[in-house]
Design a protein around this ligand. Structure first.
Ligand code: NAP
Ligand code: HSE
Length: 430
């Protein structure tokens, strides 16, 4: 029997999720078990980027969460109410919930998770922090044996996009914000992004997972990016810093029982720090724990496709849970592979190459190298004589993209040239 989804919302994230679930080639076979059963929206007359059979789209969201045939409710409508009430109703009817709604989770998490525990169902929220970056499941599972000391992140795509464009192009704040809205990164009310409130919601969730306790949102110190000017960005750059909106949760002392500092504010980050080079809509979350040390999660922090990836992964996890029984093992933990993948031979690889030759120092050697490469269709991006090693000339070549087999054939011919002493290095170029 298929697993029936009731999706609340068909905006940026809802549309991305439906598109992903309608295009299953090359994805996990368990996704084929899913039926998009109902999709709730505000307006039936709005044009939609996805096609769904007649009768699926409805404005009656209550009916979706009350419908006994719906197995999983996917809340991607955003806002506090009616999202909170609909999630709670879905849980009280024994439905699992997937949500991307960090604002609701950061405020009503205690109520929502208590209700889920009482009903014996799960609330999954991978998309609520870091867009497409898997960070919730790693904190809940893979890293949970560590004592976490700090979680430091760039967790808002809109503000990182704005700061990056102000830094690289000297762009105007309002113009860049308008672009972020057009690209679907910003919240319905972008003050949540710009004033750091969205990042505060997210760090409250991450802190809760990392440090194993609930967080009162009002305890999270929060400053946004409105006061960051182009002048500050330029000065910071000269001093060797990038300005980033950081969300930080860390122990105030090294003891695992010491209080937490949880805050969001623009920060001068030294350029050598891994978070300084996270640009555009990308997010990154640096987790520091004992014994693991540092782990960084990086990826697209907002947008339809990225967020759909996280939402759909949560759905897949729940489908696996619903399909697991005493006789059927969890299909995500068991190996599902039957066949071998086809692997292309290395000779078919298309890549650029770097090669260093030691040659006799005489006229015409570079020309002969060029001719041999040309005979096998290898086009050269650069060829330089870099100096001498004792009496031998050192020539370095970088090719354009070439099939590895052709490059190797050219090298075989070059090796036979009387002027060639040796080829000490052959490296592939990314
Ligand atoms: P959006 O584009 O504004 O879409 C919201 C959808 O929900 C629309 O389809 C809207 O219906 C529907 N909706 C909203 N309120 C409703 C109501 N009261 N009754 C019925 N339908 C209602 O929002 P989004 O960007 O997809 O974001 C959705 C959620 O995902 C938010 O919690 C957001 O914080 C979170 N999120 C977003 C991103 C991102 O990159 N955008 C990334 C991560 C998480 P209509 O279409 O009829 O107006
Ligand atoms: N508005 C949010 C951001 C969406 O820009 O990061 C992803 O949560």
């Amino acid at each position: 029997m298929g697993v029936k989804l009731g999706i609340l919302g068909l905006g940026t994230v809802g549309t991305g999720t439906v598109q992903l679930l309608q295009d299953l080639v090359g994805r996990h076979p368990l996704l084929q078990e899913i039926e998009i059963y109902r999709v709730g929206v505000r307006s039936l007359s709005k044009p939609r980027a996805v096609e769904l059979p007649e009768g699926i789209i409805t404005t009656d969201l209550e009916a979706i969460v009350n419908d006994p045939t719906v197995d999983i409710v996917v809340e991607v409508m955003g806002g506090l109410e009616p999202a909170r009430s609909l999630i709670l109703k879905a849980l009280s009817h024994g439905k699992h919930v997937v949500t991307a709604n960090k604002a609701a989770i950061a405020r009503f998490g205690a109520e929502i998770f208590t209700a889920a525990n009482q009903a014996g169902v799960y609330v999954m929220l991978e998309a609520a922090v870091g867009g497409g970056i898997p960070v919730i499941q790693p904190l809940k599972q893979s890293l949970s044996v560590n004592q976490i000391n700090a979680v430091t992140g760039i967790v808002n795509g809109t503000t990182n996009y704005i700061l990056t464009r102000m830094q690289t192009e000297g762009s105007n704040f309002d113009d860049v914000l308008a672009d972020a809205q057009k690209l679907g990164y910003a919240e319905a009310d972008p003050t949540a992004d710009v004033d750091g409130l969205d990042a505060a919601d997210k760090i409250a969730i991450l802190a809760s997972l990392g440090f194993g306790g609930r967080i009162h949102l009002e305890d999270v110190y929060c400053e946004g990016i409105r006061q960051v000017s182009k002048t500050d960005i330029a000065y910071a750059e000269k001093l060797g810093f990038a300005i980033k909106l950081l969300a930080i949760a860390k122990r105030t002392f090294s003891s695992p029982s010491s209080p937490l500092s949880v805050r969001v504010h623009p920060t001068l980050v030294p350029k050598a720090h891994p978070l300084a080079s996270i640009n555009g809509v990308y997010n990154a979350i640096l987790v520091e724990g004992e014994p693991i040390g540092q782990v960084m999660f990086f990826g697209p922090g907002a947008g339809a496709g990225a967020t759909a990836s996280a939402v759909s992964a949560d759905i897949l996890n729940l489908v696996a849970t619903l399909k697991t029984s005493t006789t059927n093992p969890n299909p995500l933990l068991a190996c599902r592979h039957q066949d071998y993948c086809e692997i292309a031979p290395i000779a078919e690889l298309v890549t650029r190459f770097y090669a260093r030759f030691l040659t006799k120092d005489r006229p015409g050697v570079i020309g002969k190298l060029g001719t041999c490469f040309g005979n096998f269709g290898v086009s050269l991006e650069s060829i330089v004589q870099t100096g001498f090693q004792e009496e031998l000339a050192e020539i370095v070549v970088v090719t354009y993209d070439v099939q590895e087999g052709n490059f190797r054939q050219a090298l075989a011919e070059i090796r036979n040239l009387e002027a060639i002493d040796s080829i000490p290095s052959i490296l592939r170029v990314l």
